[in-house]
Design a protein around this ligand. Structure first.
Ligand SMILES: Cc1ncc(COP(=O)(O)O)c(C=O)c1O
Length: 389
């Protein structure tokens, strides 16, 4: 028997996480299925930013000391840590995902001298590929593609992989791949952009060496919000960042001539922290306060299953390109259709926001903090209206 709107409303009434939507400012009438690209603003963000504007005015240069601006990089790192299975001193918020990839890839390759190869998936996010290509060119290494037949071996210095694939949403076997890299003596770097805040992540249990991620998708930090980097505690003192800015200097304000890396994760900082983005991110992370990530994932799976079921019933012309098993995919579903771009534009006119990935894929994200079952139902209805045209 097919699901009705009344069924979806009942699921919302029974949903123990339903109240979390009140932590967000989702515009009325909009069904926002693009939180996997850019999260909407949590309500706490506007208040934090206006408070910051007042503090800046009042404190000016003193704010670095009195406002704790300088400590934000590690303080927010400590807030992200439990979302990714890390200890607070293993995470720093700094730079962008791509810059952090560059710093960690170079550092990792230099920790494996004599090994000639970096491995990545060709299906990884383009910026990961471009950075890997640049790093290999810089260091005179060879780049191999795991999904094009490259195999982890004794010449492998580093393996780079996305935890959740940005197109299909497929979840990689973090523990298994990390073990394979380590068995060959290689280091392992995970990109968490599409998994942190969406699915439970446990870098420590997997024995991961390095990780990077952005904060503007499921963490809702805001457009261009700063990214983060993770280095397992036991490796931190071996890490040498190739970008030796004063942010990573041991005693920055001594203004000494020679670079001396700061202890711990601070050595990966390059510059002064972009405080406005940090303030936004810190406030945004309060949307996760008191939440059990397993419970959050349970709801996200239920939303995705509902969307997949309704779509299979009502829109059989859309081809699911994400794994059919909900346990094997993150909080997003991808569908192929030759007119994907046009369909997305038309359904956006009806208030349903998804996104397009060339050549013919539509992607819909189900962020359980603010998406309701009834949103899923209405989104499929509106897609059906567009497709009937
Ligand atoms: C998986 C993945 N890696 C890297 C990036 C690049 O992020 P940034 O713009 O912070 O460098 C993105 C951006 O969307 C991404 O989705």
């Amino acid at each position: 028997m097919s699901i009705t709107r009344a069924d979806a409303e009942r699921l919302d009434r029974e949903d123990p996480l339903a109240g979390l939507r009140d932590r967000f400012a989702v515009p009325e009438g909009i069904i926002y299925l693009d939180g996997n690209s850019l999260g909407p603003p949590p309500i706490a963000v506007a208040e934090a930013l206006s408070g910051f504007a007042a503090d800046w005015r009042a404190d000016m240069i003193q704010g670095w000391a009195t406002g704790g601006w300088g400590a934000l990089v590690s303080r927010i790192g400590g807030r992200i840590a439990p979302l990714i299975g890390a200890a607070p001193d293993e995470v720093i918020v700094t730079d962008t995902t791509s810059t952090n990839l560059f710093k960690l890839m170079v550092a990792a390759c230099r920790m494996r001298p004599g090994r000639s190869t970096v491995l990545i998936e060709a299906a990884n996010f383009p910026s990961d590929l471009y950075i890997a290509q640049g790093v290999c060119e810089l260091l005179g290494l060879t780049l191999g593609y795991l999904d094009e037949g490259a195999v982890i071996g004794e010449d492998t210095a580093l393996v780079v992989h996305s935890h959740v694939d940005f197109r299909s949403g497929h979840i990689a076997d973090m523990t298994g791949l990390t073990r394979r890299a380590h068995e060959a003596g290689a280091l392992m770097l995970w990109d968490l952009c599409h998994s942190a805040g969406a699915i439970p992540v446990d870098l420590s249990a997997a024995g991961a060496d390095f990780a990077v991620g952005c904060s503007y998708k499921y963490l809702n930090g805001g457009p261009g919000a700063p990214a983060y980097a993770f280095v397992a505690r036991g490796l931190q003192e071996q890490v040498r960042s190739p970008i030796t800015g004063w942010g990573g200097q041991a005693n920055r304000f001594a203004m000494s001539r020679d670079f001396d890396p700061a202890p711990g994760m601070t050595r990966l900082q390059v510059s002064q922290a972009p405080v406005i983005g940090m303030v936004s991110l810190e406030a945004a992370l309060t949307a996760f306060d008191g939440i059990d990530l397993v419970e959050l994932r349970r709801k996200a799976v239920a939303l995705g299953v509902l969307f997949a079921k309704l779509t299979a019933e009502r829109l059989p012309e859309l081809t699911l390109v994400s794994p059919a098993d909900p346990r094997a995919r993150g909080n997003q579903l991808g569908y192929a259709h030759p007119k994907a771009e046009r369909i997305l534009a038309d359904v956006a006119g009806l208030g349903v926001i998804g996104d397009f990935r060339p050549p013919e894929m539509m992607r819909f994200g189900f962020a359980p903090l603010y998406i309701r079952h009834v949103d899923v139902y209405d989104a499929v209805e509106r897609l059906a209206t567009v497709m009937a045209d």
